[in-house]
Design a protein around this ligand. Structure first.
Ligand SMILES: [Fe+2]
Length: 424
């Protein structure tokens, strides 16, 4: 995914749909399904069977597992429940590739996913082909009413697979970053240009002022969304100023050189405990080589670009940096209101942006019925919301109302920040 280098606000289409308006529903389903499924395989193509096997930490999963789990999702929830007579590809795969759906049955331990040398990568390719053939056949043979009934489930499955496409890249990057001989996922990969490309000073600081007001936030129509984006509701926002631009590596280096990682008073208590325990001295994937900081990227180890947005920082680090600058992080509502007004540069496509909003249900939230009710609702504690999207987010998967969430110590995703300040 690349972005134009202009400083214009980057606002993704607010209501992307995987389904086109032309053609029959069956044709549209087939096309959308195969497009997303092929993108997964395109992202896996540079990886050897050994690469696909590795699980470098509990939070990350092997690429082979991502390919299989996204396939299980369609086998379990679409074919298993709606396609009469469907025979599962293998009787053990539901146990191996169920992630966290308690209502879908027992499952393999998450931290042991990397121990599965069998089934191999070729077996997973065969699994994907089997399920794809059955799904496409089902789309062609089911009647219009049946297709209409299962279309929302298919769209959820495709959006689910797109989320795993992003994780495939972040997880293999974390694995490669542990390798003393840093491999490149794609030697031709480049960090996307941003509004401040080439600007190494703080002169780029610009602020978007939000006056106090009541705004509608959340997903407002019936186009695809996850349940955590609804109900849309009114929220009091402001007065506040949000930085139009993302914090850069040059700014982060200044924080480091000023002793930021060693100054306990800048940090939340849990944050500084994590700094000490993990011996953090720099963002994730940074390495000092002959006294110079470098960063592990999808193109291998690269020099730090001072004007590029800082990446692979945790909530704890983002919060400490903001305090060092005498600012703070925006709330998710402030982010959304500013983004809807076109006030934010690089809102999408570079780094997810930490907010200081706890990931909790919106007023009136109800998880959807059935097993898919486990998709979001049961994670609504102890995590922080991130907004926007990243360089690894598949095209068409971003929305202004999208709520990503991670624990405050997590930093293997493409995560950065923009600052907020109280308006006076
Ligand atoms: Fe999943």
């Amino acid at each position: 995914m690349t972005k134009p280098a202009s400083a214009a606000p980057a606002i993704a289409a607010p209501c992307p749909s995987l389904f086109s308006d032309s053609g029959s529903l069956a044709q549209n389903l087939v096309e959308a399904y195969l497009t997303v499924r092929n993108e997964t395989e395109r992202r896996a193509a540079p990886l050897s069977p050994e690469d696909q096997q590795i699980q470098s930490m509990t939070d990350a999963s092997p690429a082979k597992w991502h390919r299989a789990h996204t396939t299980w999702f369609f086998e379990q929830f679409l074919l298993g429940e709606h396609c009469e007579g469907y025979e599962p590809f293998h009787p053990d795969y539901a146990f191996l590739f169920n992630s966290y759906y308690v209502s879908a049955g027992p499952r393999h331990a998450r931290h042991q996913r990397g121990l599965l040398t069998r089934p191999g990568a070729d077996d997973i390719t065969a699994y994907r082909r089997h399920v794809d053939a059955a799904v496409v056949k089902f789309f062609h043979e089911a009647g219009e009413d049946a297709l209409r009934a299962i279309a929302p489930l298919v769209e959820t499955g495709l959006n689910h697979e797109q989320q795993h496409q992003e994780l495939m890249l972040t997880d293999i990057l974390h694995a490669f970053a542990q390798n003393p001989i840093p491999p490149a996922y794609d030697p031709a990969w480049r960090f996307p240009p941003s509004a401040r490309s080439g600007d190494e000073t703080r002169a780029g600081d610009q602020w978007a002022t939000l006056n106090e007001g009541i705004h509608t936030v959340g997903h407002t129509d019936d186009s695809f969304h996850f349940d955590n984006e609804k109900p849309a509701h009114r929220a009091l926002v402001g007065p506040v100023r949000l930085a139009r631009n993302l914090v850069t590596n040059a700014e982060w280096l200044a924080f480091m050189e000023d002793g930021g990682y060693a100054t306990a008073t800048l940090w939340l208590m849990d944050g500084f405990a994590t700094v000490e325990k993990e011996e953090w001295q720099a963002p994730g994937h940074w390495r000092q080589v002959d006294g110079e900081w470098k960063i592990m990227t999808l193109a291998g180890l690269q020099p730090i670009d001072p004007s590029a947005p800082v990446c692979h920082v945790s909530y704890y680090e983002a919060d400490a940096f903001a305090r060092w600058r005498g600012r703070h992080l925006p709330t998710e509502m402030e982010w959304e209101v500013a983004a809807r007004a076109g006030q934010l540069n690089d809102a999408f496509g570079i780094v997810w942006q930490w907010t200081r909003s706890a990931y909790s249900p919106y007023p009136g939230y109800r998880a959807i019925e059935g097993a898919l009710g486990e998709y979001n609702g049961k994670f609504m504690v102890n995590q922080l919301v991130l907004r926007g999207s990243s360089l690894a987010t598949p095209a068409g998967h971003s929305r202004i109302s999208y709520r990503n969430f991670f624990y405050p110590h997590h930093r293997w995703q493409f995560t950065g920040l923009r600052l907020a300040d109280y308006a006076t």
